[in-house]
Design a protein around this ligand. Structure first.
Ligand code: NAP
Length: 479
């Protein structure tokens, strides 16, 4: 090739490289801004958009890479991925979001693990495998492979393809710790001797096995914490990939995901008043040990929709406490209708949102936002909400259970003991809307339901709230 064309090609290469780095920089800034915006419900949607634009820029920047030999397989991957991902994301129910996230994590982790394996083989073939690169690749496949099987297990438990109960056996924690030990020893050997293929593939194999064996003893209800921890692992694997293939945006995005997932897991554990170790090794969700004799069980008292509606119509302050059942029933819109009616009658309505209400962080915030409920009416601090509850006329628990269980304060043997909870019983009266006597995620009974000031309204949350709305409307129309 004449010198001029060679120089032009080199210049083209460096311009494309500069554009790639500029898009990576912009993408990284957008990821950080996106995370920042996600910390507030009113800017969360914008946060998702910022992160999505960031990801688009990162993809475009990567496609400009001059070392791409052919776009054919990239295009095929794009079409297959979009054809599978788009309908899944559009159709998924909000309540199935945790398992959907686990499912999509598994695929991200498969990608990271495969890149690690291919890169290890390639670098081995060309003799460029250094101690540092072997370390980065070993780290990548360790966390990547663990996330693959762990995420599929989490998906299976949440989708009830396998039992959501913890599966335990004697010496399980010791067995898992021993496996982790062998995996780390192989990893250390790989760094010491980068071309030791057996060490590399032992890390891959053990990590795949660890993903299964570490998630087995964890109850279905703890899965959101596990998923967010696996999210963190997937981030670490991606960051390690970034180091191995020299990609800055992967390092930054992976580090953000790694830190974000870990912080979220810790926040969730804290809100459930469980230590991180207890979530991972505690086999929470196993059938509770037979409780001591507590005397004959008291029966909850119920109230008719007409009577409840009359009270609500004349209440001056009402606190709604939504729980998982509200999400299952998709009762947010009718809940808002009820609140509008109470407010039209001169009452004030506030919503107490527990940090672990529902089945994923922010679950109820999202649902209430979807119904257009004003953020100013949401109380997300448990202590603040409890102060407001003390002066409320009526507290309505809609499909909630564990988040209002007094045993969390009074009963040391309860698995909920120590979890900060709302105290609806301090209001003049508490209405609880639920379908029957079903327990909450922790599987324990709730003495709130049999307190003297509690009245049950049995039924699906959407139907029961709808009946209350009808009754209040009938009252206002003077029927
Ligand atoms: P919960 O304790 O699981 O209770 C939900 C209640 O809703 C059930 O007792 C059920 O009783 C009722 N219900 C279900 N479907 C309903 C429907 N269609 N209409 C009316 N009621 C319905 O929920 P929670 O009070 O929100 O507490 C959340 C629990 O999940 C906590 O223990 C928390 O630690 C755990 N958790 C949360 C997260 C998170 O990130 N949010 C993560 C992990 C674990 P019936 O069957 O009688 O109707």
């Amino acid at each position: 090739m004449p010198l001029f064309f060679q120089e032009a090609a080199v210049m083209n290469d460096s311009i494309a490289g500069m554009i790639t780095q500029a898009t990576y920089f912009a993408a990284s800034v957008l990821f950080i801004l996106g995370l920042k915006s996600l910390t507030r419900p009113d800017s969360a949607r914008r946060g998702m958009q910022q992160a999505a634009v960031g990801m688009l820029l990162a993809v475009i920047g990567t496609l400009l890479n001059q070392h791409i030999l052919t776009y054919q397989w990239i295009l095929i991957g794009l079409v297959v991925g979009a054809a599978a991902g788009w309908p899944m994301a559009m159709k998924i129910e909000m309540t199935a979001m945790p398992q959907f996230i686990a499912f999509s994590h598994a695929f991200g982790a498969i990608a990271a693990t495969l890149v690690g394996v291919v890169e290890y083989r390639e670098l081995g073939r060309t003799g460029e495998l250094t101690h540092g690169l072997a370390g980065a690749l070993g780290f990548e496949v360790l966390f990547g492979a663990l996330t693959v099987t762990g995420s599929f297990m989490a998906f299976g438990k949440l989708q009830e393809l396998i039992t959501g109960r913890p599966i335990t056996f004697k010496g399980q924690n010791f067995f898992n710790v021993a496996l982790i030990g062998v995996a780390f020893l192989s990893f250390a050997w790989l760094i010491y001797q980068p071309d030791a293929q057996w060490a590399f593939y032992t890390v891959v194999g053990l990590a795949l096995f660890l993903g299964i064996s570490m998630v087995l003893p964890i109850g279905g209800g703890d899965m959101p914490v596990v998923i967010s921890l696996l999210n963190s692992y997937a981030g670490l694997a991606a960051a390690a990939t970034g180091f191995a293939i020299g990609n800055n945006v992967l390092i930054i995005a992976g580090a953000l995901e790694g830190a974000g997932g870990f912080i979220l897991s810790v926040i969730m554990s804290k809100a459930m008043n469980r230590s991180f170790g207890n979530v991972i090794f505690g086999a929470f969700g196993a059938p509770p040990a037979a409780a001591g004799a507590k005397g004959p069980a008291k029966e909850p008292k119920s109230i008719s929709a007409e009577d409840a509606a009359t009270q609500l119509a004349y209440a001056s302050s009402v606190v709604v406490i939504p729980g998982y059942g509200m999400a299952v029933a998709q009762a947010q819109h009718v809940c808002r209708e009820l609140a509008d009616l109470i407010e039209a009658n001169g009452g004030a309505v506030k919503y107490a949102i527990h940090p672990v209400a529902g089945r994923m962080p922010g679950h109820l915030n999202v649902i209430l936002a979807e119904a257009g409920i004003d953020y100013g009416a949401l109380m997300t601090d448990v202590d603040d909400a409890n102060r407001v509850l003390k002066d409320a006329d009526i507290a309505i628990v809609v499909g909630g259970n564990d988040i209002v269980n007094p045993d969390a304060e009074n009963e040391k043997s309860s698995p909920l003991y120590g979890m900060p909870i709302f105290r609806p019983w301090t209001a003049k009266v508490t209405y609880v809307i639920k379908r029957g006597k079903g327990v909450g995620f922790s599987g324990v009974e709730n003495p709130l339901f049999t307190l003297d000031t509690t009245r049950m309204i049995y039924g699906d949350a959407k139907g029961a709230l709808g009946t209350l709305v009808k009754e209040i409307k009938a009252l206002s129309e003077g029927h």
